[in-house]
Design a protein around this ligand. Structure first.
Ligand code: ATP
Ligand code: MG
Length: 384
């Protein structure tokens, strides 16, 4: 499927989001006073090619990427990809105060306490957030990011197989934050505590950003496939049929009156969804509780208020009624992401804004990835 293609654009980097269900590509170019979305599209991931965040069948995925790029008319080779999942650790930790140079040398040692897989097999990054003192001992708050090496390697190798030049691999939640929060620096979101909830097929990533600072991210296993499996199980259907019903016949309902509006099969499916829906709410609440705990006495130096808004992204955010349901359960404003609302990104003259709005949740991560290089360039004063 191609949302935008065959338009004249410059040769900037492209963002590629390789999920277990679909591959998304976005290209953004520099434009006067902002950015121009030049191309965007997605294609189904070959069956079973991506498992638990790792690209298993690199050849098949590379071929799918090549075909998608050809369809979109993209000739750029520089690409930015992303990793995510329960094995990726993003945590604020307290360490004894030390100069950055020293931490760079000892980070593999320090990280041992916080990650559950061998540090030798992981890539580590950190950012010092601030310093504090606990019982007279100087300490520092550090954002630690640890990624199993094979998650990154499998993406780099896949992009290379596709004839691309991988310029960066970053975390999905960071890319989302760039595209949704950082890009709209003038928006109210930059002064709030916002939860970004990305509902994919295999994973849901729950991230909390407070006053423009990334605070935490958790990945949980209740996502689109959980919804599909529940429908397949309760209605006794094959996965493909259940997915068809999920995407076309069902809404997340909050009362029996709304359920009665659905087709008979939709009503049955909506009942099957109740258990995974509740599980999702529990996981979001757990993340909020973890955030509150972290921000409490003795927690982070970046004290902030409770979460005040939830933004839904990912393909499963297209599920009708999910925003209303979460709003009722969590008593928070909940909205499905609308990437292009604030005018910071210009759309080509022939783009269909309604179609782009429909596809925005699916494309949000790839969009954030595509913005990486142009935004870095602009920050360095490259263009205005
Ligand atoms: N209209 C819709 N209603 C409900 N669910 C939908 C709809 N459209 C797509 N989905 C679901 O969205 C999911 C795919 O979303 P997405 O492409 O973001 O996942 P992914 O990135 O491939 O997965 P992951 O990152 O978890 O590996 C699938 O489970 C699909 O069934
Ligand atoms: Mg995804």
């Amino acid at each position: 499927m191609s949302l935008l293609g065959n338009l004249s654009g410059s040769s900037d980097t492209i963002g590629i989001d390789i999920g277990s269900h679909s591959i998304k590509v976005v290209q953004v170019s520099q434009a006067r006073g902002g950015y121009l979305l030049t191309r965007a599209g997605s294609t189904p991931t070959p069956p079973d090619a991506v498992k638990q965040g790792v690209v298993d069948d690199r050849l098949a995925v590379a071929e799918a990427i090549r075909t998608l790029l050809r369809t979109l008319g993209i000739t750029t080779s520089a690409a930015v990809a992303a990793v995510a999942g329960p094995t990726v650790v993003v945590r604020q930790v307290k360490l004894p105060a030390m100069p950055e140079q020293q931490l760079r040398k000892s980070i593999y040692w320090e990280a041992r306490n916080y990650i559950s897989f061998p540090v030798e097999d992981s890539l580590l990054e950190f950012q010092i957030l601030g310093t504090s003192a606990s019982e007279g001992t100087p300490q520092m708050d550090v954002m630690l990011v640890a990624t199993p090496r094979n998650l990154v390697d499998s993406r780099v190798e896949t992009l290379e197989q596709a004839g691309l030049d991988p310029v960066a691999v970053e975390l999905e939640p960071f890319a989302l934050m760039r595209g949704i929060i950082d890009l709209h620096a003038a928006s109210i979101w930059i002064h709030e505590t916002v939860a970004l909830v990305e509902l994919g097929a295999t994973f849901t990533h729950i991230s909390i950003i407070s006053n423009g600072n990334f605070i935490l991210s958790r990945s949980v296993n209740v996502a689109g496939s959980t919804f599909t499996d529940a429908i397949a199980h309760v209605l006794g259907l094959e996965t493909a049929q259940a997915e068809e019903i999920k995407e076309n016949e069902v809404r997340v309902v909050t009362d029996e009156f709304s359920r009665a509006m659905l087709s008979p099969v939709g009503q049955e499916a909506s009942r099957a969804l109740e258990s995974p829906q509740e599980e999702l709410v529990r996981e979001i609440r757990r993340s909020f509780a973890f955030y509150d705990y972290q921000q409490g006495p003795g927690g982070s130096t970046q004290r902030a208020e409770s979460v005040s808004r939830l933004i839904l992204t990912g393909g499963s955010a297209k599920m009708g009624g999910l925003d209303t349901f979460l709003n009722a359960q969590l008593t928070l404003p909940v909205e499905v992401v609308d990437l292009f609302h604030a005018g910071a990104v210009h759309l080509p003259a022939d783009a269909d804004p309604a179609e782009l709005r429909t596809q925005a949740p699916l494309m949000a991560t790839a969009f954030g990835l595509a913005l990486r290089e142009p935004m870095l360039h602009r920050e360095r004063g490259g263009y205005r």
